[in-house]
Design a protein around this ligand. Structure first.
Ligand code: ADP
Ligand code: MG
Length: 518
C-alpha cells in the first residue's frame, strides 16, 4: 500500500518514471496508471495490479520493459513480478473481490492484500453487496451447467424453445427481452488484432470463455468506430454458441433509458426490474449515454448490484473511461472498475493495413498492395472510415469498369482526403466540450459567468488555441466578443491545471481525441 509516508512511494515514482520513458504515452496511461508497489527487496520488485487477468497480461506484455526500467533505477538486474493487490478504490471498496478460496481450489497467489469493506461478504460503505465467491485462484464458472433438453429456464421457457428464439447464434433476446439480430460479421474471427486492441480483444475472449468470473464487469471504451460493438456482439455470439438457452439482455444504453422512462410513465417499474434483474448476462452498448440521466443511473445502479451479486456477467461499452463520463455517480464509476476496464485505441498503420486486406477480401475486392497502403494511410481515425473508403473504391471501379489501382484510389478517395485536411473548427471544439460538461453551446457563447459554464468555456478556449490557427482575438470574438486578455487568462489557467492535475489532463486529452476523431 502506498500511503503518504510510505517509503515505497518514492521507489514507485522512480520506477514509473523510468517505465514512462519507455512506452508510448497512451500505453503507459492505460497499463500503469493504477499500478502499486507491493514490495521491493534487494533484487525483486512486486508491482500490484487490480486482478489476476491483468497480472498475467502485464507479465506477458510488460515484464521485460519493467525489468529494464527497474535495472536503470536501482543500478542492478531486478526481477519483476505482477500480483493482484486488492487495493481499495477511492470509495473504500476493494477493486477486486478477494474472497476466501475454498480448500483445494488452487493456491491463492502470494502477496494478495485482503481488505476493504465488501471482502467479508457484508455490504461495504457504498452498499456493495456481499462479494461473490470468486478469486484469482478459483475462477468458478458463473452459470449452472447447460440446461438439459426440456428443462425450464428462468423465464419459464424450455431450453428448446429458448434455442428456437435464439436461433443459430444470430439473434439474442426474445420473450420479455429486447430482440437483437447480431451483425453477421461481428465475430471474433473477423476481428483483426493489433497492439491498439490486443487487450480488449483478449479480455473479451476470456469473458466469452468464462463469463461471470473475474472480468466482471467488463468495461470497453474507445472512440467511435473502433470495434466496441463488434466485440460486444462477438462475446454474445460465442457465449450463445456454447449455451444456447442463456438469457442475454443486449441493448443500447439509449434503449435501456427509454424503456425505463416508459416503464415509469406506465407505472410498470416492477416489471422492468423483473426483466433486467433476472438475466444471465447483461450487455449494454454505449453506456456513456447515462451522462446527465440521474434517475436512469439510479435504476441501472440497482440492476448492476442485483446481477453482480448473482455473479452474472455484465459487459459495458463506452466512448469514454468511467471517470470521464460527465456526472456519472461515483458509486457507478467505482463499480465499473471492479472488473477490467480496457481501452481500444485507434489502430496503428499496420493494423489498418491488415484490416483493409481483411475487409477487401470479404467484399470480394482485389486490391494491390500500394492501394492497401494508401487507404490505410488516409483513413486513420476509425475503422468504419476504412470500410467506407473501400466501399467508395468498389463503387468507382464498378461504375468506371476499371480495375482498382492507385490512380483510381486517388480519385475515389479524394473527398475523404479533403475532409481529413480540413482545419478543426472552433464550433466543433466548443460543441464537444459543451457536451462533455453537460452544458449548452449557446451558454458557452453567452455572457453568463456561472461556474458551470466558465470552466467549459475556458477549456474550449484552450483547445481552440491549441488545435486551430486562430488568434486570441478571433477566439474571443467567438465567445461573445470577449477580450483577448480574457482568452489569454483562460488559456494559461487551463495550461497550468493540465500540468498539475493528472485526471484533468486526461480529460483534456480525451476531449482532444474526440475533437479530432470525427
Ligand atoms: P464502435 O462500436 O466502437 O463505434 P463498431 O464495433 O461498430 O465500432 O465498428 C465499426 C466497424 O469497424 C464495424 O464494421 C466493425 O466490424 C469494424 N471493426 C472495428 N474494429 C475492427 C477490427 N479490429 N477488425 C475488423 N473490423 C473491425
Ligand atoms: Mg458501437
Amino acid at each position: 500500500m502506498t500511503g503518504p509516508d510510505d517509503p515505497h512511494r518514492d521507489d514507485l515514482r522512480r520506477i514509473l518514471d523510468a517505465i514512462r520513458g519507455r512506452l508510448r504515452k497512451r500505453q503507459f496511461e492505460t497499463w500503469f496508471a493504477r499500478t502499486t508497489l507491493m514490495s521491493r527487496e534487494a533484487d525483486v520488485v512486486v508491482l500490484g495490479v487490480p486482478n489476476q487477468f491483468l497480472s498475467e497480461w502485464m507479465t506477458r506484455e510488460y515484464r521485460a520493459t519493467v525489468e529494464a526500467a527497474a535495472r536503470d533505477v536501482f543500478g542492478r538486474p531486478m526481477t519483476v513480478r505482477f500480483e493482484v493487490d486488492g487495493q481499495p478504490a477511492a470509495d473504500g471498496t476493494a477493486l477486486v473481490p478477494v474472497p476466501d478460496v475454498p480448500a483445494g481450489s488452487g493456491p491463492r497467489p502470494p502477496g494478495v492484500v485482503h481488505g476493504g469493506p465488501g471482502t467479508d461478504g457484508k455490504p461495504g460503505n457504498d452498499g456493495r453487496p456481499g462479494t461473490p465467491t470468486q478469486g484469482p485462484g478459483a475462477p468458478k464458472p458463473l452459470f449452472p451447467p447447460p440446461a438439459a433438453p426440456g428443462a425450464v429456464d428462468a423465464a419459464g421457457r424450455t431450453a428448446a424453445a429458448a434455442r428456437a428464439i435464439a436461433g443459430p447464434g444470430s439473434t439474442l433476446g426474445g420473450a420479455d427481452l429486447p430482440t437483437v439480430v447480431l451483425q453477421p460479421h461481428y465475430t471474433f474471427d473477423q476481428f483483426v488484432v493489433g497492439p491498439s486492441n490486443q487487450l480488449p480483444h483478449a479480455v473479451a475472449r476470456a469473458v466469452a470463455d468464462h463469463p461471470g468470473t473475474e472480468n466482471n464487469p467488463l468495461f470497453l471504451y474507445g472512440s467511435v468506430g473502433l470495434g466496441k460493438t463488434h466485440l460486444l456482439q462477438a462475446i454474445c455470439r460465442e457465449v450463445l454458441r456454447r449455451r444456447p438457452g442463456l438469457r442475454i439482455a443486449y441493448l443500447s444504453c439509449e434503449q435501456f433509458t427509454n424503456e425505463y422512462v416508459s416503464a415509469v410513465q406506465r407505472n410498470a417499474t416492477e416489471a422492468f426490474r423483473a426483466r433486467f434483474r433476472n438475466v444471465d448476462m447483461l450487455v449494454i452498448d454505449d453506456i456513456h449515454f447515462l451522462a446527465n440521466k440521474e434517475r436512469t443511473q439510479e435504476e441501472f445502479f440497482h440492476t448492476f448490484n442485483a446481477l453482480y451479486q448473482q455473479r452474472k456477467q455484465i459487459i459495458l461499452s463506452s466512448d469514454a473511461a468511467p471517470t470521464e463520463i460527465p456526472t456519472l455517480e461515483e458509486r457507478l464509476v467505482s463499480r465499473f472498475r471492479w472488473g477490467v476496464v480496457a481501452e481500444i485505441e485507434p489502430p496503428e498503420v499496420e493494423t489498418r493495413m491488415a484490416i483493409v486486406r481483411r475487409k477487401a477480401e470479404s467484399m470480394g475486392l482485389v486490391i494491390p498492395d500500394d492501394v492497401v497502403g494508401y487507404v490505410a494511410d488516409i483513413a486513420r481515425r476509425n475503422i468504419r472510415e476504412l470500410e467506407g473508403a473501400l466501399a467508395s473504391l468498389r463503387t468507382r471501379a464498378t461504375v468506371d469498369q476499371v480495375p482498382i489501382d492507385l490512380a483510381l484510389a486517388r480519385v475515389a478517395l479524394e473527398p475523404l482526403l479533403r475532409q481529413e485536411a480540413a482545419p478543426l473548427g472552433i464550433e466543433r471544439i466548443a460543441t464537444v466540450v459543451a457536451a462533455h460538461y453537460g452544458t449548452k453551446l449557446a451558454d458557452l457563447r453567452s455572457q453568463k459567468r456561472t461556474k458551470s459554464v466558465s470552466l467549459p468555456r475556458q477549456v474550449a478556449m484552450y483547445l481552440a488555441r491549441e488545435e486551430t490557427g486562430m488568434s486570441l482575438v478571433e477566439i474571443g470574438d467567438f465567445f461573445a466578443g470577449r477580450d483577448h486578455t480574457t482568452v489569454l487568462y483562460a488559456v494559461e489557467r487551463v495550461a497550468e491545471r493540465v500540468r498539475t492535475d493528472e485526471p484533468f489532463r486526461q480529460t483534456i486529452e480525451r476531449l482532444r481525441d474526440r475533437i479530432r476523431s470525427r
